[in-house]
Write a protein of this length. Sequence first.
Length: 638
Amino acid sequence: MIQPKPAEPATIAAQARLKQSLPFANKDDFDDARYGFIDTLPDALITGATPYPAWSMKPYAFLQKETAPDTVNPSLWRQAQLNSIHGLFKVTDRVYQVRNFDISNMTIIEGDKGLLIIDPLLTRETAAAALALYYKHRPKKPVLNVIYSHSHADHFGGVKAVIDEADIAAGKAQVIAPDGFMEHAVAENIIAGNAMSRRAQYQFGALLPPGEKGQVDTGLGKTLSRGSLTLIAPNVLIKQNMEKRVFDGIEVVFHLTPGTEAPSEMNMYFPQFKVLDMAENTSHNMHNLYTIRGAEVRDGNAWARYIDEALGAFGANSSYLIGQHHWPTRGPQKIADFMKKQRDMYKFIHDQSVRLLNQGYTPNEIAETLQMPASLANEWYDRGYYGTLSHNSKAVYQKYLGWYDANPANLNPLPPVEAGKKYVEYMGGADNIIKRAREDYKQGNYRWVATVANHLVYADPSNREARELAADALEQMGYQAEAGTWRNAYLFGAYELRNGMPKINPPSSLTADALQALSLDMFFDFLGVRLNAGRADGKHIVINWQFTDTRQTYVLNLENSALTYTSGKAADKADTSLVLDRPTLNAIMLKQMTFPQAVQSGKIKLGGPPDKLVELFSMLDEFNPMFEVIEPKKAAPK
């Protein structure tokens, strides 16, 4: 394996310039992050079902050095140190948080008879350890209520470690979520889940070794835990913009914020404790209007408006502002300042990006032009550790105008391989390009070197010099990056260029709990995106589906290389029909049995020959979870 290289002089100089520009002497965040500390586990070590721990802070011991090394942006180093402070913390009477036992926080509130838990982390293993640590120091009351603040997996995946699904079915416990939670929680992880999972390897850097030349943080938290992702469907949905509820003597005012950090999200105010939980709508960094793993673009204008609504409704009566990432903010004045500047940050990005796009500027031009005002840029909690001003401004452009910048030369450009070959030809061949690019590399022009070396790699992925040069440039850009996400992406790209893709088989995003939560409409949508149009060309197949347990019927129609469906009816002239229950379908989708096995065992009753069903399923693609990202695809699209 080729090892990372040291920081170049241009990188060392860039780190020094940034260090002079920010208020590193201000240590208030460290005091706030440690406030209320009760206890932790040694190294926050949480074992899992595999030889690898589900979570451990031991690999991040290098962050104990006060001064950042030359290979890490000093601002990101500071954020990484803050995100290393882990354990159980008391926010105020009856309100506790377990922080940095996962990328997100678990919030625990003591009710009259039991506990209310907000966001049971990403995996069952970390959630179980977090609750066990709480019980070590507090009365062992049962968990009666769980709140999902929003529809991202790191805020619900550990739920089965803290609450029993049978208790929910029996009415002894409740799971509360914002309206639309299930649709968005499942859809994001299923429809485009394969591509998102691969791209997330770049964003989170989970396959990079932690270290001064490797992964140090994500900005939002340390990393993703390894373990079992679970899901229990909520049985209480919050549907009103401001909705008051009482759970086990705990009064909660819910504030819906759809389309902000997640499509389905809500803030929560607890008047008894003067605690405002802003979910992930405020955090101690600039968040994403677009996440580089890929997802729907978020609305910066709405995001700012909802922060302002929460400030107006709850700010003056809040003594503690907590979030489901990072550490609390204490005191009404600090809370007001924090919320105003988080609000104004998102409003600035939105309005100034729209101003410039209305003057005809393209996404790249806007990203190069915009600069945060000093009043925002000098606040640590507005720094781009997770989102960045650059890619967030491009997200605003995408939201309003899409991918096309209106220059006809960019309307139908050559694809990367063909373009790469032409660039190499026009620039005098690979040897000439490498020679000139090495000179630019010495001058610290890493962005340009990465661009031209990328063309070389796409023109000839076997060119070792080109791969090394591209990797070297990306690596220096990663060392300089303030955003943990950008650092991870650059360094993982450099790793793959040098060493090839990791030989791993990542877990499928289609878990048993996610599949169980998938509506039948979503299931048939998922079949549609797997249809290989070439293999389906000229085929016409009609299949009736009848589900005995849910009493639902569907007609699945393949025609014109498109798979459509109609619910609530059956076709008079179908090629075949299936009678089955939903658990059988789930078992087939999880590859626990095949269709022929289900037919043979009587779990599926066929009303007609099976030929067309077999033919249809032979047209569905199996997605490769480890596709090429930083070099040409080895196989052309089929």
